[in-house]
Design a protein around this ligand. Sequence first.
Ligand code: IMP
Length: 427
Amino acid sequence: MFTADRSCLVVVGAQWGDEGKGKLVDVLAESADLVVRYQGGANAGHTVVIGDEQFILQQIPSGILHPGVQCVVGNGVVLDPITFFEELERLHAKGVITEGRVLVSDRAHLVLPYHKLLDKAGEKSQKIGTTGRGIGPAYEDKYGRRGIRVGDLRNLESTAKMLGERIERANALLGMLGATERAGVDEHVALLTKLAPRLLPLAADAGLAVHRAVRDGKRVLLEGAQGALLDVDHGTYPFVTSSNTTAGGAAVGAGIGPTAIDAVLGVVKAYTTRVGNGPLPTEALDERGEALRKLGGEFGAVTGRARRCGWFDATVVRYSARVNGLSDLAVTKLDVLDTFDEIPVGTAYELDGAHCEEFPTGIEPLERAKPVYEVLPGWKTSTGAARKLTDLPSAARAYLDRLEELAGVPIRYVSVGTRRDQIISVE
Ligand code: IMP
């Protein structure tokens, strides 16, 4: 993907966020200088498998697993400082050297324990099926102009005063939401007082660092979290996350201008999954859906919840290609389909008696939309050892050709297993 005139790339999830971006970022990071996370927070779980070891990265960019790569947590991320340091410690325990390699934007907002209390209390009245990581309430505070940012830790006295006000408000809200738990100001002040000396040495104007890297022709990878259909503007609102997961969010959340970005790689599974509530038009509610879940190990990386499984939905991916401006596509988990006799692909919807190729706005029409399926023959052969397109059985190649045609975006990578080397790069 990186070439002389493509040095700043974005990688986004192009479905509901479980597509295996971690692996793609890991593969691309091998030739990157800088990897930047630009939105979301500890709701993400980017899985990377190296040998027998599995790493689940939540807030630290997946580039950390390549020794020479610098990692940046951008201003668009909502940072949970407790789990951030736990994650760093887990990486150290596995022998990953992180010292001097991680920079955190001083403009990134903090996710604090009171946000998690609000997230859980909110779920009781509005069942989104969140990860419970405090993401929504932290972004609410950000956009309500009452957030606490990493840079605020430089002045703990005024931050303690701010905390007092924020927690008073949070406790009033918790009362309104019928929660019995309350947040404590002293615990929060103690937490930040303890964390500040560890966090501040990593804090800087991250946008400036990313800008300089781009200006100097370094290879920069902007790593999205979640997927396009969870974008707060373009996703299946209100069953979305609270950030802009689409490529437009990459410039804002990394602190650079959109003209710095050269290409956008969208990651899709060869089928579709979703964790949490909300519409999933091509969901397979029969034994084949169960088979996809089993064969694909479809359980959320963060919450362990079973993922809902279904067929590839080309309407979703075409829409995602449009709102992200995808230049390239990566198809993951092709091997999960190896044993199926036939594989349905949703090519469009039938909506209120009409043929519909565009993704509708709103939950109601989506719930009425019936996928139009085309059934493709399976290949009934293991694909895990394929390293070139020509190693794949012809039915698998035909399947990929059809996905490419329906999505309208060229396929650049095909992943055929969890390991780093199980990838086909299409030149
Ligand atoms: P939140 O981001 O925790 O507020 O959750 C909102 C919705 O996004 C829920 O349906 C979650 O299951 C989903 N979600 C959040 N993060 C991820 C992710 O990284 N992958 C897949 N789904 C996610």
